[in-house]
Design a protein around this ligand. Structure first.
Ligand code: DAH
Length: 356
């Protein structure tokens, strides 16, 4: 059986679309395909014939397989380009008349946090979501071989930061601590709310989520300041005076000592209600800024001290507004958004209530 290799390769290169290419693949490499038949014929040959024909047939199969893969990649890239060109959205178009927007609970909670902390003298800081390794890990006292790096399930880019290290999607808002300390002189009082990313997904984890970081740097700062600040913040946020906190010794590379903060709650009619000290749930991580972190930012730890904390914003929203599945936050389901969203005019203020 002879095959016109040239002709076959030409047809593959000229296949106009993916179905046509698939038809060529089946006719050459499928169960009844020409090359498959050639391969089968090897079994009926004499040893000498096989020695001569075997390499030729295998080479032919490889050639055809490569040509199909190459053409497939070209067709897929063209298809993607076509989609990108036709499925654009004009974000500058005005909203259709009659449609009504709302404020997503995450944005609402971020506004509430900014309002509460502004009252305590904090400003809002931001940093890039595409971070380099140094700000996200090294400067936070998480060196290259530190097990905490593995715990963060980091999304890495192929691109490097100029020193051969790969860029990444920030795994926490803590790098904003570093950027703030490098760009401002103490005293510093900031919160940094924003998006964070980890390769993790179930009912309580989404690959993109939100955190708020807090950082205070000044002279003579101690754990008492941290506890007071967190208590004041959480009482204002949950709009209850009976919020009780419990600081549990813990470990974070960038704080020493480190404390995990639990908040007391009770169960009423099957629902968790914050307040009291009946039961405890973990709410956030915190601690005194590690001297090595201060040094990495050019601050003298003998002169400056500080505290920091990091807290999941989505969880804060769920606890206050009673949602139980984190994934719904990012589904974009209009029914959910209408139910849990906030009016754009309902701006949280301390005097009018941050509870909306
Ligand atoms: N960055 C930590 C995380 O994502 C949270 C955290 C813990 C932040 C302690 C802090 C801190 O600032 O002091 O798991």
């Amino acid at each position: 059986m002879a095959i016109d290799t040239e002709d076959l390769l030409t047809r593959i290169h000229a296949a106009p679309d993916l179905p046509a290419l698939e038809a060529e693949r089946v006719s050459a490499l499928g169960k009844q395909g020409l090359i498959t038949a050639l391969l089968k014929s090897l079994g009926k040959m004499t040893a000498e014939e096989r020695q001569a024909e075997g390499p030729r047939i295998h080479q032919l199969r490889e050639q055809v397989t490569d040509a199909i893969a190459g053409r497939k990649a070209t067709l897929e890239a063209a298809e993607l380009d076509r989609k990108l060109a036709t499925e654009t959205l004009d974000m500058t178009l005005p909203a259709a008349p009659g449609s009504q927007g709302g404020v997503h609970p995450v944005s609402q909670v971020m506004d509430e946090l900014a309002e509460i902390f502004a009252d305590l003298g904090f400003s809002v800081a931001t940093g890039p979501e595409i971070e380099d390794d140094w700000h996200n890990f090294t400067a936070l006292n998480i060196p290259e071989d530190h097990p905490a790096r593995a715990m963060h399930d980091t999304f890495y880019f192929d691109q490097t930061d100029g020193e051969g290290r790969r860029m990444l999607l920030r795994t926490h808002t803590s790098p904003v601590q570093i950027r703030t300390m490098m760009s401002q002189k103490p005293p510093i009082r900031i919160i940094a709310p924003g998006r964070t990313y980890r390769s993790d997904s179930d009912a309580t984890h989404t690959p993109m989520f939100h955190q708020v970081e807090g950082l205070v740097i000044d002279r003579g700062i101690h754990l008492g300041h941290l506890k007071w600040t967190l208590e004041t913040f959480l009482k204002a946020y949950f709009e209850r005076d009976d919020i009780v906190l419990r600081l549990r010794p813990s470990f974070f590379p960038f704080t020493e000592p480190s404390a995990e903060v639990d908040v007391g709650y009770t169960v009423q009619n099957g629902r968790r209600v914050l307040g009291g000290s009946d039961r405890w749930m973990e709410l956030l991580g915190s601690g005194m800024v590690h001297p090595k972190v201060l040094e990495a930012c050019g601050l003298d730890p003998d002169e400056w001290q500080g505290f920091a904390f990091g807290c999941g914003i989505d969880r804060l929203a769920m606890l206050k507004y009673g949602m139980d599945d984190l994934r719904a936050f990012f589904d974009g389901d209009l029914r959910w958004l209408r139910h849990y969203g906030f009016s754009a005019l309902d701006v949280p203020t301390l005097s009018g209530g941050v509870g909306a």
